[in-house]
Design a protein around this ligand. Structure first.
Ligand code: ADP
Length: 259
């Protein structure tokens, strides 16, 4: 049975831009905060373009070896195992390096020749260079948290990508997403979105990350399954955001007021 197309509500011109980048074999960088729909978007695009998607969630230990491949010892033999990047490159899939700035610097070095006209990967352990399959595409995501101490991406790396900013959708679209993703009734979805917007505007709270669409959806699912609505918001939205007792109290009070 064919897999169903992931639900994605466009926010701007991202579908058009991505399709053109794909046609022109240009790598794409999705910039935006956690839970703003970047992963869902790439799943949707891969499905639309009928491409296989390989996703790597990068973290501080992610090295080029994890992406490119390694030798393993099997019995008396040493055999080479391709990593996901090499597989995608040879077979012509889309590879998505989620939170690329978190990865070790050698990952960035390894992908550079893949992000320009060369479209090739040099595997030093094999002493070989591989040309990318015609359909291969590199996509990365990055959370520009400059004011919050998140890792930055060097300009020399950023400039190798077509870049698109993702942000939280307008209240109308976010409510639609909530209704579809959490099966919530319209009125409740609107209340959750209003609360989300209110918290996002409270910049004086100094939250490192603010309310994402994902958190609102989680709250919506808990409410839909029968958890009392204020409790659902407290555990799905407020508690994940902060440990500061004063901010917790302020957000819980706001929840009681609005929900
Ligand atoms: P990110 O990759 O930016 O951290 P995700 O793509 O995982 O965020 O988004 C979190 C969740 O929010 C998704 O699983 C989806 O349910 C929902 N979501 C966010 N934006 C959209 C959108 N534009 N269309 C549909 N669902 C969305």
């Amino acid at each position: 049975m064919a897999e169903s197309i992931p639900y994605y509500h466009p926010i701007g011109k991202e579908i058009e831009v991505f399709s053109h980048a794909y046609q022109n074999k240009l790598p794409v960088l999705l910039k935006g905060p956690t839970g703003s729909g970047k992963s869902r978007f790439i799943e949707y695009m891969a499905s639309q373009l009928n491409k296989k998607l390989l996703t790597i969630s990068c973290h501080e230990e992610t090295s080029s070896t994890d992406l490119i491949g390694r030798f393993i010892i099997k019995g008396a033999q040493t055999i080479w195992i391709d990593g996901p990047l090499t597989i995608a490159l040879k077979e012509g899939h889309i590879i998505y390096l989620d939170e690329i700035a978190e990865a070790r610097p050698d990952v960035i070095v390894a992908i550079h020749p893949l992000t320009d006209h060369r479209r090739e990967l040099y595997i030093d352990k094999l002493g070989e260079t591989f040309k990318a399959h015609e359909d291969f595409m590199l996509v990365a995501s990055f959370n520009p948290g400059y004011q919050r101490g998140f890792k930055e991406l060097k300009p020399s790396t950023r400039q190798r990508f077509v870049a698109m900013s993702f942000n939280y959708p307008s209240a109308k679209i976010e409510a639609e997403i909530l209704i579809i993703e959490s099966k919530l009734e319209t009125e409740m979805a609107k209340l959750l979105v209003a609360l989300g917007c209110k918290i996002r505007n409270l910049t004086e709270l100094g939250l490192t990350e603010t309310v994402s669409t994902r958190l609102l959806i989680d709250a919506g699912k808990l409410i839909k399954s029968g958890l009392p609505k204020r409790l659902a918001v407290k555990v799905a939205v407020v508690e994940p955001l902060t440990d500061d007792p004063q901010i917790l109290t302020a957000l819980n009070d706001l929840t009681d007021l609005m929900i």
